[in-house]
Design a protein around this ligand. Sequence first.
Ligand code: ADP
Ligand code: MG
Length: 682
Amino acid sequence: MDRKTRLDTFPGIGPARARALKKLGLETVGDLLSYYPRAYEDRTKMYAISNAPADLPVCVSAMVAEVPSVSRIRKGLNVTKCRVVDHTGSAQVTFFNQDYVRHALQPGESYIFYGKLEVVGHRRQFTNPVFEQEDRTRFTGRIMPVYPLTAGVSNNLLAGLALPGVEACAALVPEELPDCVRLSHGLCTAEYACQNVHFPADTEALAIAKRRLVFEELFFLSCGMSFLRRRRTGVEGRRFPPRESREFLALLPFAPTGAQRRAMEEISADLSSGRPMNRLVQGDVGSGKTAVAAWAAFLAHAAGTQSAMMAPTEILARQHFETLTKLLAPARIVVGLLTGSMKASEKKSVRTALAKGDIHLVVGTHALLSEGVEYADLGLVITDEQHRFGVGQRSALSSKARTAPHVLVMSATPIPRTLALLIYGDLDVTVIDELPPGRTPVETYLVGEDKRQRMYNFVRKNVAQGHQVYVICPAVEEGEGSDLKAVTAYAKELSEQVFPDLRVGLVHGKLKSGDKEAVMTAFAGGGLDVLVATTVVEVGVDVPNASLMVIENAERFGLSQLHQLRGRVGRGQWQSYCVLVTGSRSQETLERLRYFTKTTDGFKIAEKDLELRGPGDFFGQRQHGLPTLQAADLAGDTRVLKEAQEAAEELLGADPDLSAPEHRSVMAKVKRLFAEDGDIFN
Ligand code: ADP
Ligand code: MG
């Protein structure tokens, strides 16, 4: 067996299971080795029935004392029960909807049961434990990996494949970290890491393995980003002549804030520097990034070149188009719109105007990247809400210019400094840390299930005052079946039972993009009172009339994501509200949510989030446009991130092209890591 060995050559893996495994990206032993557990179960300690601690997962060895009985409680709910005994006492074992257990558990045989032992009065009971026959245990006595699963793939199946896979192949995992880096940072070998991340010898070994894997991944990523940044400094850019801002300021219907002015100055300096600008403007929602982008487009036009602005959704592109047309038309700057849903003839005329230079600033979606879009002279590329676009897409748009264009990236996602370096490592960063005057902060409340009725009344009150309401439900990985069903059912309940007299709409990530746009447009136009939505609404749609956001199961969101969501309200002159609903009783969770109700500063919230949950959470959201990361999800500690960054800087400082023979493997690895993003290293 080696890392290329296909999983469907293992006993028990037929075509159906192979297909299910493929859904998880698992086709070979090598895939499995880099498929990391999301948690672990400690099955090393054995207890007797009568002295096992209650309500904690434990291993108990016991004999099945009777033939298991199956009874049907109602349609879709079967219960299998039996009694088990050891030398200290007996316990009831109950399984829900696992009819096979009746045949799997033989009376008179002994098994190791692993699960929580509940104590009810004098009775002890296990519910849905996992079990292995005592004389054939594979996982008892180990720290057992718990893998992310999908339908048709059980944890026992994956662990059962991983066990021989790790045994045979851990030693074959290539050591990709240069020895100098590995040794000076006290990291274990690739082999040790592979063994212990799957089947840790003990918790200490697990920590050592995780540290290595996380370090490794963040190190290569940091190398890639530093490499891009360093390479850029050698490139020629077009020099736009500096210009007074007076004429532009006269176009604005407001006086810019100090932070906006600073951003404008930095952009002017970049554009006239003779090197291509690569700047990220980070500012909380509503901080006024559009005006800053308009200034950049104004300068590009003054220098006789065109600008393109890319937004992640049609509706956002249209909003920008309208705002910018109003703002820039008096300066005789022609603004165009190009989106995928436009008629072919409309698209064609926009394309022609762009190629002739008749449009000075074009706003659009991914359509801007498509073949056949040509520019007379593209001098500036602006992307909005960049975390939805990959590094590669950014450079794809740039490649439509004859010489390296200036690039301006705008993001409303506050990201702590350490992470910003990684995610936007190839960009210079400006932070707009000031909101325009006169904003009323969103009032935020945390309520339990007992206040649900009052919350519904509050929804009604807001609608009665002529406002609109968002109701957000979690669907963590969009499209996870059960979440999606729950959201759909909840929307139905709201529209049919709770608010039969209100206009309730539903939008989620699995709708066709046309349907999605239609619902959003209806809500934006006031055609809906209540919009039930998953996090698809997170990205900058502007519905100033929305005055209330209710967030269900708030405990399932990270703080930064809650902040992003809350930014959808509080965009009008009136007082707006955000209500977090949770059934959680965990003190930790409640504290986290309470912190959120008291803070409106996005950067503080992001720092707190990073502190509480580690970088894994940020990477988990997969919205950063970075290559897919595996190990960083394991990271619970930002120290490793800093260390990996420093190591990358050090290595590139010593060998900027990574051309030394002992560093070639680093370059190769970096290229592979960014492979999804196209050929950005050439
Ligand atoms: P962002 O894109 O950063 O979320 P926008 O650029 O959409 O924010 O601005 C939000 C709102 O604030 C817009 O209605 C805009 O006209 C207004 N605005 C922006 N800057 C100022 C300012 N300096 N003073 C008053 N209002 C402003
Ligand atoms: Mg915006």
